[in-house]
Design a protein around this ligand. Structure first.
Ligand code: ACO
Length: 274
């Protein structure tokens, strides 16, 4: 298994070869970064190179970025892992599930951990990530949408956690946000049946914040980005830290965390020059 060659140039460039080789485009416009899955002819199927490139984007994200949009070109957001992984030949230069199966446990763990790093950074407090999802979001595609803080979907969306149907488990960080968003019973239903969730249900169960037509998707995401950028940057990061931490804390602990964050905010806003 090899990684995409070189990290993209610091600051990001749509022309960077390694990102492009991994089937991605990365663009930065002021405080908004956009990651585009750009293999529409293959329904934006993902490989280990995709995940490694995503991790590098996260590691090198320009400091000014506050909103990260993840979208997919063409009719599908992403049809999940590249099915060539299931074949003996695998994905050229990246191996196959057969070769992964021959790894020792430590190498296997580090392979999957690296892939997970491509998803985890999208939850960072300093940014808000928005998945713009049209058409199919299957397996790794569903998990990439789940890795984002918000999902704005087109009315043709089809989410499907297909891994259990293929004998696998979802391991690209998707199980926790799925349970957090829809609850344990619904997450069990969706994963263990591998059934398709369409737009109306996605909105109703809290998977999607907003449903629009495919033609309105880009504009709806831009509007949300503008709303997100209208709040104070440091207060937004602190508030996201509080919200992310809330499920793991007692009420008392959460109150203490609120006091701590507010203390920092008030000092930053009002104690200057003293
Ligand atoms: N991996 C590799 N290639 C794919 C994948 C994939 N996951 N999905 C689609 N493609 C390719 C097809 O082979 C086809 O290539 P070709 O034109 O060279 O023959 C092209 O993309 C278009 O695919 P179609 O099936 O023709 O497109 P359509 O829009 O009719 O269907 C759909 C889209 C429903 C997404 C279908 O392609 C599909 O079911 N894909 C497989 C989904 C899947 O099982 N993913 C794995 C999930 S598990 C996980 O992610 C861990």
């Amino acid at each position: 298994m090899t990684e995409a060659k070189a990290p993209y140039a610091r600051g990001g460039s749509a022309k960077d070869a390694s990102v492009e080789e991994a089937g991605l485009r990365f663009e930065v416009d002021g405080e908004i970064a956009t990651i585009t899955l750009a293999r529409p002819d293959k329904r934006n199927a993902q490989t280990f190179a995709t995940w490694s490139a995503l991790a590098r984007i996260g590691e090198n994200l320009p400091e000014q970025v506050r909103v990260v949009v993840v979208n997919g070109e063409g009719p599908s957001f992403s049809a999940g892992i590249d099915l060539r992984m299931f074949t003996p030949e695998g994905v050229p230069g990246q191996g196959s599930f057969g070769s992964v199966a021959r790894q020792d446990q430590a190498s296997f763990d580090s392979t999957v951990e690296r892939a997970q790093q491509g998803f985890l950074w999208l939850r960072r407090p300093e940014i808000v990530s928005i998945a713009a999802v049209q058409g199919h979001a299957i397996g790794a595609g569903f998990q990439l949408a789940l890795a984002c803080d918000l999902r704005i979907v087109a009315d043709d969306v089809k989410f499907c956690m297909k891994e259990p149907a293929l004998g696998l488990v979802p391991d690209l960080t998707g199980t926790k946000p799925l349970v957090d968003l829809v609850g344990l019973a619904k997450a069990t239903d969706l994963c263990l049946t591998a059934r398709v969730v369409e737009a109306e249900e996605a909105y109703r169960i809290g998977l999607a914040e907003r449903v629009v037509t495919p033609g309105e998707l880009a504009q709806a995401v831009q509007e949300k980005a503008a709303q997100l950028l209208s709040t104070n940057r440091d207060a937004a990061a602190a508030t996201k830290r509080l919200l992310r931490g809330a499920p793991g804390r007692t009420l008392e602990e959460q109150c203490a965390a609120e006091r701590a964050e507010q203390g920092l905010r008030i000092k930053a806003l009002f104690a200057r020059g003293e």
